[in-house]
Design a protein around this ligand. Sequence first.
Ligand code: URA
Length: 238
Amino acid sequence: MATERLDKILGNACGISRSELKKLAKKGAVKLNGKPVFDLSEKAEAQLSVIELNGEIVNTSKFIYIMQNKPKGVVSASASDSDLTVVDILPEDLQRKGLFPAGRLDKDTTGFVLITNDGAFAHRILSPSNHVPKTYLARLDKACSDEHISVLEGGMTLKDGARFKPASVKALNGERTLAEVVICEGKYHQIKRMFKAVGLEVIELKRIKIGGLSLDSELSEGSSREIGAEELKLIEKN
Ligand code: URA
C-alpha cells in the first residue's frame, strides 16, 4: 500500500486545512504511532498507522457513512450558493472530502439522510433494482381511507405519465391522518405526488428508516453521527 504525507492523510480524514494542521503539529497535537510529529511532510501508510490529533485517534479509513437527522430548510446537496446543505451542517470531525447525500429529501422533509463519500455504496442503495426500502412518516390533511391505501399500494401512473411502483401504506392513528409509507424508489416529490393523486395533501414528511436501519431516536434534528459497521450491513438487509 502507498504511503502519503501526514498532512494529506489528516486533511482527507478531518477536513482541516494544511495551514491549520501545520499549526497543530507545531504544538505537538499530531502523533504517529504514539510519537509526536512536528513536520507533516513525513509519510505514513494510513491504514497501517495509528494517527492521533489532539489526543484522539483519527479514523483514516477511506470511506465514511453518516446518519443525519435532517432539519427543515436544509437542502440535500453537497454545496449550494443559496441554502445550507446537509454537508454544511456536519460537525468538523465528520467532514471529509467528497461527501454527498445518498438520495435526496425535499427541503421541507426531515429525518434520515445518509451522507457518504462511497459512490459505489450510494449507487447500490439508490438503484431501484436493488429494492432498498425507504420508510417515511407522512402527516396528511385528511383521513387516509382503505380505498386510498389500495390505490397507493397498487402502483400508480399519474396524469403527467409518471409511474410509481406499488408502495406499502399503513394508517397509524385513529384519525388516519398519520401514515407509514414504504417505497423502493426515490422519484422527485414521490410521496407528496402519490398522495396528491388520491386527493390527500402531505403536510409533513419524515424519513425514519433506510433498508433495515432506523433513524437513531437519540439523534436530535440537525445532528449527525457515524454509522457503525454492523449498522451499515442493516441498510442492505431488509
Ligand atoms: N417523497 C417526497 O415527496 N419528498 C421527499 O422528500 C421524499 C420522498
